[in-house]
Design a protein around this ligand. Structure first.
Ligand SMILES: Cc1cc2nc3c(=O)[nH]c(=O)nc-3n(C[C@H](O)[C@H](O)[C@H](O)COP(=O)(O)OP(=O)(O)OC[C@H]3O[C@@H](n4cnc5c(N)ncnc54)[C@H](O)[C@@H]3O)c2cc1C
Length: 493
């Protein structure tokens, strides 16, 4: 029986990152994947949806500027867009596979083994692999489970991945639907609403049980996103509950009940159900192995499960489901097993991006979270219209908001950038937060001009009372306040 130091089940972002980190420790590793290398990080997930988003954004920017070229609105081809998405997916998946093939011909050849097949734990040290109907068993000292997640299916909805789809069905479409309802106004639902409304070929409906989308987000952020969605023709069904959804004559009919008790029936071409994801734990181990699971995923203590040589990482566990988090956990688990992690596994300061219109980048706490934690803070915000780069881009919609502790150290608690190039602007602050630094470093650094990060610098200077523009003069575009027990007050220098 083949013997390994570590067997990793699942070659999505988490498992792949764990396997590569294990090579650094010169350990004999077996990585097993039953479907596609890269998992949801590449296919029907992060990379594919972001390619859709980039192409949608490009299309809507092009449409907006047509007057400049004196041409009519051309119709965007679904087949071409879809082919481009598939090319992106295959490029990334191919690169991950090629990397492993090249490693197999290098000095790592006796360390890394990759096998296609479905894996299942027979015991805490034995893994069965089924491939092409053939079963084999391997022995291992450690196991990392990285089998990810899949879309949540609501049994009352007629999901067939054709008319009523989840994110798994998007790639199977053959044309833009003329209308589509999205069930779920969380991040993924709102991203798809942005994507499909942006192509200009689909009337998007979005079902939202609250009075605003993205309920975990600060109100100033949601306001911009909702306005842009609605300007792009998205119909947001606020305060609504989905009562029924059925397929009638090859179309989707759904009935809503609003909080005031009224009801309404709608008819659309397709539906996209985006109501969260569930961990892939079924049939992953023999009952006697006894790994503890709760309703959100595998229970773990800093990636280690209740069985001491078995670890769980990525979407399979109950914390944040993101590619960067899965990779972080994968690397951390391996460092814990074979060495000593350089740093603790912390989730507070993870940078995130929401691919909406415009993009929203965040790190650390937002105002809702700071208030929930009972933290008093200083908050400074600055509109994109004061940033030369945004003016040059001819798109000044958006703002930067920075939260710091309400004391002289002014440690950064969190930051939000809503607007063009938001994701690149946030990086400097993410680094400072992770180094537990205050704001002085940002104030003194000379940023390239013109750049969006100059706006961050101006925020910091406002907090220090030495900004170029004074918030008391440019009210509405700049603000610099304390928030103590939920009450705001201007900071006067
Ligand atoms: C539509 C969508 C958009 C997203 N956008 C973003 C984004 O913009 N940014 C971001 O950071 N994250 C995004 N995510 C989340 C991100 O894709 C996941 O958090 C990430 O892929 C999780 O990685 P993972 O390795 O834990 O799991 P997965 O990517 O799900 O990979 C698990 C792998 O395990 C394999 N597997 C399962 N069971 C077995 C078995 N028994 N034997 C062998 N192999 C098995 C599966 O085939 C799969 O390849 C998005 C997700 C979706 C669905």
């Amino acid at each position: 029986m083949a013997k390994y130091d570590l067997v990793i089940i699942g070659a999505g972002p988490s498992g792949y990152a764990a396997a590569m980190r294990a090579l650094d420790f010169k350990k004999k590793v077996l990585l097993i994947e039953k479907n596609k290398v890269g998992g949801a990080g590449v296919t029907n997930g992060a990379l594919s949806s972001k390619t859709w988003w980039e192409l949608s954004r490009e299309t809507s920017t092009f449409r907006k500027n047509l007057k400049r070229y004196n041409i009519e609105v051309p119709s965007v081809s679904f087949t071409d867009i879809q082919a481009e998405v598939l090319r992106a997916v295959s490029e990334r998946k191919g690169m991950l596979e090629e990397h492993m093939a090249l490693l197999a011909q290098s000095s790592y050849s006796n360390l890394l083994e990759f096998r296609f097949g479905e894996a299942r734990l027979l015991s805490a040290n034995q893994v069965e692999i089924t491939s092409g109907g053939v079963k084999s068993v391997v022995q291992t000292d450690y196991i990392i489970l990285a089998t990810g997640s899949r879309p949540r299916y609501l049994p009352e909805l007629p999901i067939d991945e054709k008319l009523v789809m989840t994110s798994e069905g998007i790639e199977k479409m053959t044309d833009f639907p003329e209308s589509m309802v999205i069930v779920g106004a969380g991040v993924i639902g709102c991203e798809y609403a942005t994507i499909f409304s942006g192509f200009g070929r689909t009337k998007v409906h979005l079902i939202d049980k609250g009075d605003r989308i993205l309920p975990f987000e600060d109100e100033d952020v949601v306001k911009i996103i909702e306005r842009n969605m609605e300007n792009n023709g998205v119909l947001i069904h606020r305060n609504s509950r989905l009562l029924t959804m059925k397929v009638v004559n090859g179309r989707v009919e759904y009935e809503l009940e609003y909080t005031d008790g009224s009801r309404e029936i709608f008819n659309v071409e397709k539906a996209l159900v985006s109501v969260g994801r569930v961990a892939n734990v079924e049939n992953l181990w023999e009952e006697k192995v006894g790994i503890n699971v709760d309703k959100r995923g595998i229970e773990n203590n800093d990636t280690q499960t209740n069985i001491s040589n078995i670890y769980a990482i990525g979407d399979l566990t109950a914390d944040i489901s993101l590619v960067n988090v899965g990779e972080l956990e994968g690397r951390y688990a391996v460092e814990r097993i074979f060495g000593k992690p350089d740093r603790k596994l912390v989730y507070e300061n993870i940078s995130t991006i929401m691919f909406l219109s415009p993009e929203v980048a965040s790190v650390g706490l937002n105002e809702i979270q700071a208030k929930e934690k009972g933290i008093d803070y200083k908050v400074v915000s600055l509109e994109y219209s004061t940033i030369p780069r945004a003016i040059a881009k001819r798109n000044t919609q958006g703002f930067i908001k920075l939260l710091v502790t309400n004391d002289t150290s002014m440690k950064i608690l969190g930051m939000k950038v809503v607007g063009n190039q938001a994701s690149s602007a946030i990086q400097a602050v993410a680094v400072l937060i992770s180094m537990d630094k205050g704001i002085e470093e940002l104030a003194e650094c000379v940023h390239p001009h013109p750049s969006i990060t100059e706006g961050i610098q101006e925020c910091v200077r406002m907090l220090m009372g030495k900004s170029l523009f004074k918030p008391s003069a440019l009210r509405g575009r700049l603000s610099c306040r304390t928030c103590i027990k939920g009450a705001y007050e201007d900071i006067v220098f």
